[in-house]
Unconditional design. Structure first.
Length: 431
């Protein structure tokens, strides 16, 4: 079956789904194969649950004519999404970066929603399955779309731009993350820069943070139309914070902006969202009001006041650049009792011990009462650099949670951060 024929079936359907547990009648079920599952085993079950058709591999069991057989179902999903994108007559903004992708996407969504019906990536569904699913979810009512794209391998962004075909693009930053997949920081820049490559090859435009030397240099290396933004570039001012009010506060164009975001590193994300809004005719006042109203979720730059402590949750993920930025922000907070609970940074390859040692060195300048470190990578770093008196090490987040339950902290301001696989969120109920 040709993709154009499949697209006609898609238009007559209730959308696509890759999980029979959430399948709705009338949807097309796409049987994907992973390391620990094979959706082809559920082709018949999907039809019984009401699927209009099933996109399956040639070996899927069943002779129902609604089972459509393709050599590579993931490839077919991507081609279907690319076909849908070609039929959409709306601007699409592609967004990637090492840190801040999801927060920036949500801020951009909030700003654009003041004037437009916006379709955007749900949560962080930004991989080779999530991006085509996002594109296929864009309905006829949408007036603009924001598609978040993640990458952990060299050609991921190139593949995802082929699916989403953005007319505008934004790279939040480039930093040391997924070095095991990218090989080096230069590998990260090359991989993320594939968004700029797509835009330059297709007469697109890039929102570029001109305060960021790496991004600005990357943009100038290409024949690329640039829409500049930045904190310094636009004479915005980041105002001081305290443990009583650690939220990002800024003066922009002489106007005060009070956000619900924790961390000065979010200032660039705010300016990015305002720049996108400006490009699409949204006034500074409208954009700032939308940013002020946005409340973060999913353990990203959230502050919670418990019965005993003030907790800054940034536990969704961690890499050397995001960890350093979080610690710099925490160091600027004035408080008599500051504690960090940090989990390992993953996927750093041969640079892992070196990068964890750098974090240990940074801890000394944060004015901490003490620090709790979790995971084997921090243990190796402590073995190499020595263990400061204020540092305690734990093998797992469960071990740390048990210790905190036995000896509860009170009256502290805490930063909780670590790679998602470290499950640092497990310590939150003890705080």
């Amino acid at each position: 079956m040709e993709i154009n024929q499949l697209y006609e079936l898609f238009l007559a359907s209730e959308g696509v789904n890759t999980d029979t547990r959430t399948l709705r009648p009338g949807q097309i079920f796409v049987a994907l194969k992973g390391e620990n599952f094979d959706g082809n085993d559920y082709a018949i079950q999907a039809l019984e649950a009401g699927a209009s058709h099933v996109i399956a591999n040639e070996y899927a069991v069943g002779d129902d004519p609604r089972i459509l057989r393709f050599p590579d179902t993931l490839r077919s999903l991507k081609e279907l999404a690319a076909c849908h994108r070609q039929h959409l007559e709306i601007p699409v903004i592609g967004l990637t970066g090492t840190n801040g992708k999801t927060t920036t996407k949500e801020l951009v969504r909030a700003v654009l929603s003041t004037e437009y019906k916006v379709a955007a990536t749900q949560g962080n569904l930004n991989n080779d399955i999530g991006v085509p699913m996002t594109v296929l979810s864009i309905g006829a009512e949408a007036e603009i779309a924001v598609v978040e794209m993640g990458a952990s391998h060299p050609d991921d962004i190139s593949a995802l731009t082929w699916v989403s075909q953005p007319e505008y693009g934004l790279i939040t930053n480039v930093g040391k993350a997924h070095l095991l997949g990218f090989g080096s920081f230069e590998g990260v820049k090359k991989a993320k820069g594939q968004l700029y490559d797509w835009l330059s090859e297709h007469d697109g435009q890039a929102f570029v943070n001109v305060d960021d030397d790496n991004l600005y240099e990357m943009a100038l290396q290409r024949p690329l139309s640039i829409i500049p933004y930045g904190v310094e570039g636009e004479d915005a001012v980041i105002l001081p914070t305290s443990s009583e009010n650690p939220y990002l506060r800024m003066e922009i164009g002489g106007k005060l902006l009070e956000t619900k975001l924790v961390g000065a590193y979010n200032a660039a994300n705010v300016m990015a969202a305002l720049a996108v809004g400006r490009q699409f005719g949204i006034s500074l006042e409208e954009g700032m009001a939308a940013v002020a109203a946005y409340t973060p979720s999913n353990n990203r730059s959230q502050m919670t006041r418990t019965e005993r402590n003030v907790v800054i949750e940034d536990a969704y993920n961690a890499n050397p650049s995001s960890m350093a930025a979080a610690l710099d922000n925490f160091a600027a907070l004035q408080d008599d009792c500051k504690v960090v609970l940090l989990g390992d940074m993953r996927e750093l390859g041969e640079d892992s011990v070196k990068e964890h040692v750098r974090i240990l060195e940074k801890l000394g300048g944060c004015g901490l009462t003490h620090a709790c470190l979790v995971g084997e990578e921090f243990r190796k770093a402590l073995d190499e650099a020595g263990t400061p008196a204020f540092v305690r090490w734990y093998a797992t987040s469960d071990d740390l949670a048990a210790a905190l339950a036995e000896r509860p902290l009170t009256g502290a301001t805490l930063l909780v951060k670590g790679s998602n696989s470290m499950r640092m969120g497990k310590v939150l109920p003890t705080l």
